[in-house]
Design a protein around this ligand. Structure first.
Ligand code: AMP
Ligand code: MG
Length: 347
């Protein structure tokens, strides 16, 4: 593929003409990266096997990792799935549009190429005007994984997409930064209890308010076999080696300072991922605050962009504090631990 067009678009009030141009590309079987409230998606026609193939090839995505299908209205759902569980109906009413992906049995219109051969399809309705209007104008559901090279930190602004996919896709719609910053929560309702296959932007607590008890796939623990194919891969990873430090906060800080000093002595360039509460405790070191421990959305929205920033700076070793796994913290720690390849130490 040749050039990628980059179009700035108004996130609150997208210009119709730009949406129509992007929708034409999708209808023709091409690829458009667009903003959602979670991360940037790499969109193609979900009903077109060849568009799915192009998505896998642009991202270098493993063939067995199915794509999430995005729709713009709950009414679109019955065209693509078989049998909508009662719980799904309740959840969609409350949380769609939003960062919740639900698994359904797929109808034959969804090609095997989109679902990596599975007979289930993961569907969500994104809470972003650009995404919703693009899907509507395209007139088809849009398959969209994160718009990054497979394995790298997910893209939360158009520059991140450009860095990974320029020249490999037709268009990038630049609608600014993504407010949530981590991907959607993936939920399986087919078993005895609702099961989170991937923690994400909608919290376990929010789901439990509607469903009662919700479980987390035990396969998400290191060394286990996850139910969701995509969760088995090293993911979200910066070039640098990364270590996550757990334990009481003062001890985390002490451990990171100690590790940073010894790594620097051996000639390594070290980057520290701290929080608003602790940033000042690392004087004379390369340190960024990922956000405020009391406002987890500030942390989720910055997480991937800081990992990319460390890479751009040529950092060799990233040392990251950990946060509580309550609320959005569950998704944040899942991404951090995976980015570190589960290189976690206790302080
Ligand atoms: P991404 O596209 O990068 O946001 O990743 C999509 C995630 O959804 C991956 O972890 C996939 O494994 C998961 N997913 C998509 N479709 C299915 C499905 N039919 N069954 C289980 N997991 C799915
Ligand atoms: Mg991804």
């Amino acid at each position: 593929m040749g050039k990628t067009r980059i179009i700035t678009i108004n996130a609150q009030n997208p210009e119709g003409e730009k949406i129509r141009e992007a929708a034409e590309i999708i209808k023709r079987g091409g690829l458009v990266a667009f903003p959602t409230e979670t991360v940037y998606g790499l969109g193609g026609n979900a009903l077109d096997e060849h568009a799915a193939e192009r998505i896998y090839s642009a991202k270098g995505r493993p063939q067995d990792n199915p794509l999430i299908v995005h729709i713009q209205s709950i009414d679109d759902l019955e065209n693509i799935v078989e049998g909508i569980p009662k719980e799904a109906e309740r959840l969609m009413k409350v949380f769609w549009p939003g960062p919740l992906t639900i698994l359904f049995r797929k109808k034959p219109v969804i090609p095997a190429g989109t679902t990596a051969g599975l007979d289930t399809v993961a569907v969500r309705m994104p809470a972003h005007r650009v995404a919703l209007e693009l899907i509507k104008a395209a007139g088809v559901p849009i398959a969209a994984p994160s718009a990054n090279i497979s394995g790298k930190p997910s893209p939360t602004c158009a520059e991140d997409v450009y860095e990974d996919l320029y020249g490999k896709i037709d268009m990038i719609l630049d609608g600014g930064t993504c407010p949530v910053g981590v991907e959607s929560t993936v939920l399986d309702l087919s078993g005895p209890a609702p099961l989170i296959l991937r923690p994400g932007g909608l919290t376990k607590e929010e789901l439990e308010n509607i469903l009662g008890h919700v479980e987390i796939d035990p396969g998400l623990m290191p060394g286990e076999k996850p139910r969701s194919p995509g969760q088995k891969y090293r993911h979200y990873a910066p070039r640098a080696r990364m270590t996550v430090v757990e334990g009481p906060l003062e001890l985390q800080v002490g451990k990171i300072v100690e590790l940073a000093k010894s790594l620097e002595k051996s000639g390594k360039k070290v980057g520290i991922m701290a929080t608003a509460q602790t940033r000042h405790l690392y004087p004379h070191m390369t340190v960024f605050s990922v956000g405020d421990r009391n406002a987890p959305l500030t942390i989720s929205s910055n997480l991937f962009s800081i990992l990319r920033k460390f890479d751009r700076m040529g950092v060799d070793e990233i040392l990251a504090e950990s946060i509580s796994k309550d609320g959005l913290g569950l998704a944040v720690m899942n991404r951090l631990n995976k980015a570190a390849g589960y290189n976690i130490i206790k302080a």
